[in-house]
Every structure is written in C-alpha cells, then in structure tokens.
Design a protein around this ligand. Sequence first.
Ligand SMILES: Cc1ncc(COP(=O)(O)O)c(C=O)c1O
Length: 394
Amino acid sequence: MRKQQPITELVFDGDNNIDPYGAVVPPVYQSSLFTFDSWESLEQAFADKENSVIYTRGNNPTVQFVEQKLASLAGGEKAKLFSSGMAAISAGIIHFLAQGDHLITLKNIYGPTATLIRNVLVAKMGVEVSYVSGECLNEIEQAIKPNTRLIYLESPSSVVFSLQDLEQISALAKKHNIATMIDNTWATPIYQKPLALGIDLEVHSCSKYLGGHSDIIAGALIARQSLIKDICLQEYELLGAKLAPVEASMLLRSLRTLPLRMERHQQSALRVAEFLQQQPQVAKVFYPGLPSFAQASLARQQMTGFSGLFSFKLNTDDLAKIKKFFNALILFQKGVSWGGHESLIYAPAISCSVEQTPEHMQRMGISYSDMRISIGLENAEDLIADLANALAKL
Ligand SMILES: Cc1ncc(COP(=O)(O)O)c(C=O)c1O
C-alpha cells in the first residue's frame, strides 16, 4: 500500500482500538489510575512499565494515542508528551548531562532554554557550556572537548532565524560519540524531519503550531524507542510533567488540521515578508522562506516548507517611534508566544532585558528595533494593510 500523506494519517483514526464503540474521536480517559484483575497482571504491567497503563503520571491511553500519531508524523519510533515545551526540553537536556559534562549550544536559543542551561545546568549541576553561532561546522568541531556529551540545536534559531546544517552536525557528533538534540518547534514535523537527518532527539513546544489555537500548553520529545524508554523511566516519570488527557485530546483535534494550517501560515508569511522587505522603514527581514535569506539554499535543502514566524529590524533606534509603530497595530495583537490562529507582534527585547543577562542579550544581538511577528490565519492583504498603516507612523 502506498505511504499515506501526513494529512491522511492525522485525520484517519481507523486504527483507534482504544474505544469499544467505534467512536470517531478517541475517548478522554480522565482517570488517574487503572486497575488490574490479579497480582499476576499487575506484575506483568510493571515488567513493561514504559508502555503499560498503570498510573496517569506514567501513561494514559488518550495521551498514548496522540503520542503514536506524533511519532509517526515525525518519522520517529516513539514520542512522549509533556505538560509544556519547557518540561520536554528540561527532561531531554538533563537526561544527557551530568556533573563535569560539556554542552555545546547556540547563542540564539530560546531564552528560557538559555536560562535553564545557565541557572540549573551550569550553576547547580556543574555542567560546562560553549556557545556557537551554529552556522559553520568548523566552529562546532573546534568547540568539541573530551567531555562533550550533547549538542543542543534550534533550527531556525530564535529571533534571527539562523540555520544549522543538521545532517553535517549529526554526522560530526556521531564521529565523536556525542548526542544531538533539536528544538524543531518552528518548522514542525510537517516541514522538517531532523531524525531522518541523524539527530537523536527532537523536541517540540506543542503550544505553538501543533496546538495551533493558542489554548493549550504542551510539549513533546520524539526519538528512537530505546532513548524515549530511558527518558520515560527517569526524567519523565520523576520530574512528573505529564500532559493531562483532556489537553492531549485537544492536541489531537489540532493535529488533524496541521498540514492545512501550515500551508496557509507559509503562504501568508511569504506575502507579508515580501511586503516588509520593500518598505523604507524596515532595515532587514529575517525569514528563511525568502529567496534573499542569507541561508536560503540550506533552508531549501533541509526543510520542505516554512512557517509563519519571523522577525524584522526597523530602520530606527528611537524607542518612542518604535513604540508608536507597535501600538498602532490592530490586527497584530501584542503578546508573547506564536503559532496560533491569530497574528501577533512582539519585541523580544521586552522580556530579554528582564530575563537575560546583558552578556546574553549582546550574544543574541537583540535590540529594541527587532520586531517578531507570528502570521496567523487571517487574510494576508488585511495583515499587510495593518502593517502599512503602522509603518506610516514611523
Ligand atoms: C522555540 C521555542 N521552544 C520552546 C518553547 C517553550 O515552549 P512552552 O511555552 O510550551 O513551554 C518556546 C515558547 O515560546 C519556543 O518559542
């Protein structure tokens, strides 16, 4: 039988064997524990704890059903859902590192991930860290030490959307017996398949495109079976950041339309990025889908499409003018996060200046003129009109 397209796999639940009535939507098993008919069946369940449904902090049938869908979509053997993207990131990173180990990561990773590394791994666990731009293999090779255990990537990275060559980096890491992990939230498994390029562990904030409607916070790890098993029995169960069954069910509903939404986000983002690129008030647009993007050929080599989040730099450092532009937007609502139905604008410097050290902000190259926008599902021409109106205030 021919390999099904992602949309077919996401819509079709004919393999739903968790509902005895043939319901088209799998039931929400809102139960904290599951009972057994004997000592022997309990013993049997504990012998396969990774898969058994015993207690919802470990496994739950509704959550497992969604995990299977997600693993299949990403081309991984197994997925594990968490209560947030940060819970998944924390469990994954902590899994690979112990006191005295060395980690290589990017200057431009998501802010709270950088804080986790600095405040928990470095300050409390005694892990060493090196920051690289990730754009050049040589730079990563030179950062490798005898105690390097993990290379943590995010491609495209936060704010500047720079890419890393996943195939080259994973080959280099394998040569040195180093694990690789990537935050693949931006591209989603629809447009980028890091596991097929040799990356060991893929992490997602499902609070963005996978959830898609700005109404759930969730996270996921996807990898080969043995790695997910080790994480399940240690960090997943012990840190306890499981996803609630009802939220897993909401995530499943969202996944059914993921390919359709991504297509629309991509189309509109390209239109808006092209518009912004031509405006005199805009100094630079950072969108991997633009032919003028600095790493456009790598973008096309390792991604099959692009999402709707990007940033641009205004042509002024005058904070009063920047605020005037920002506050004049109507359709672009002002707030954090991204990947939902609604368009959003945010200036990363607002939170970075509070949450990050001045050195980290400088390392990221962020200033108040950097605007990040998430293109939602509205009509692209309406969004452009809103931006044109606000740019006219500059
Ligand atoms: C790239 C990226 N990774 C991870 C996260 C964290 O996800 P969550 O908010 O679900 O914990 C975010 C959230 O904004 C993000 O932008």
